[in-house]
Ligand binder design. Structure first.
Ligand SMILES: [Zn+2]
Length: 328
């Protein structure tokens, strides 16, 4: 009797462990970069069915109708250095496109429907597909019909198609419907979803993808205000002598109305040469800000200066950067 009991129990367990129909693959992070260091998450999937925008944590790190996750690089130089885009799960390459130039969409007359730019689509079976968009021209390393393993390089991060900055737009679809890999197909309530507890990511990817409501992409000390668009500050200006102004600039993600931003610049002996704070009136997914001052009558002293920027929400610092510059 005991034996029969165990037998039926284990059969029941086996039935429970049957994967549901169309079980999703676990997705690895699709870029060889470290989030928060060499790359940043700029945008998430929009969950607002109307004209508004809402990410899986009910934050604003998305735009209306955005159907993927944007993994961006900090500078054009990083794009040229080359960051590999890799298959998020094993599968078969369905289709590829190459030949689109790496220029900002603002500098193109027409995209002719090629919004994804250079792109790869991988089929993972059971109706699951992933798409990798805006890849670098000439970097596509796979062809249609080819089997790929998770982690195989399929291209490099680029700027092709409908793109204003070097990034990968990564989309997951199941039977043609967009799925947010942070949420998966289960009807989880939004807002409190934790990436490491839910969703379709592998544990390693989920670990790296904790929700960051704001971040500084890049910044610097310069004698002139750089262009807001990353494509137009390549390379960004630097400090230009003892008589020129000194400006701390930052390019950030996710500033909000009511946030406090603090700029400070210290000189070669640690003395504060500039200090300014303000409360942000509007904010936005993309946030470009700067503050600085003219050179003193005697000119700046020679040596190393350090610019510090902090974005504060309530008592919490949500983003910051420290960036050096030199006066000869
Ligand atoms: Zn995107």
């Amino acid at each position: 009797m005991m034996h029969a009991f165990f037998l039926s129990f284990s059969l029941a367990l086996a039935a429970l462990q049957q994967p549901p129909a169309d079980a999703a693959p676990a997705f690895g992070f699709p870029v060889k970069c470290i989030v928060g260091q060499s790359c940043l998450i700029q945008k998430l999937v929009d969950h607002d069915p109307g004209p508004g925008r809402r990410d899986y944590r009910c934050g604003l790190l998305t735009t209306n109708g955005h159907d993927g996750i944007d993994v961006r690089l900090r500078t054009m130089a990083d794009m040229r250095m080359g960051f590999a885009v890799i298959a998020a799960a094993p599968g078969t390459v369905l289709r590829t496109r190459d030949g689109e130039p790496d220029v900002s969409v603002n500098d193109r007359a027409a995209l002719d429907g090629k919004d994804a730019g250079n792109a790869v689509v991988i089929d993972h079976g059971e109706g699951w597909q992933t798409q990798y968009s805006h890849l670098r021209q000439g970097s596509i390393a796979v062809r249609a019909g080819q089997r790929v393993a998770v982690g195989d390089r399929i291209g490099l991060i680029g700027l092709s198609g409908n793109s204003e900055f070097p990034h990968l737009h990564f989309t997951v679809r199941h039977r043609g419907e967009v799925v947010d890999p942070f949420v998966g197909t289960t009807a989880l309530p939004l807002c409190n979803v934790e990436a490491r507890l839910a969703g379709l990511w592998t544990p390693g990817a989920a670990q790296m993808l904790g929700y960051k409501p704001a971040a500084v992409i890049t910044g610097g000390l310069a004698s002139t205000v750089p262009a807001k668009a990353v494509t137009e500050r390549d390379p960004p200006p630097g400090l230009n002598g003892r008589q020129a102004p000194m400006i701390l600039w930052v390019d950030a993600i996710g500033a909000r109305a009511g946030d406090r931003q603090m700029f400070s610049i210290t000189g070669p002996n640690g003395q504060i040469v500039h200090d300014q704070q303000s409360v942000i009136a509007d904010g936005g997914l993309s946030w470009f800000a700067y503050s600085g001052k003219r050179a003193p009558a005697a000119g700046w002293p020679s040596g190393r200066f350090v610019g510090r920027y902090r974005l504060q929400r309530g008592d919490a610092v949500v983003a910051q950067i420290e960036t050096p510059g030199w006066i000869k």
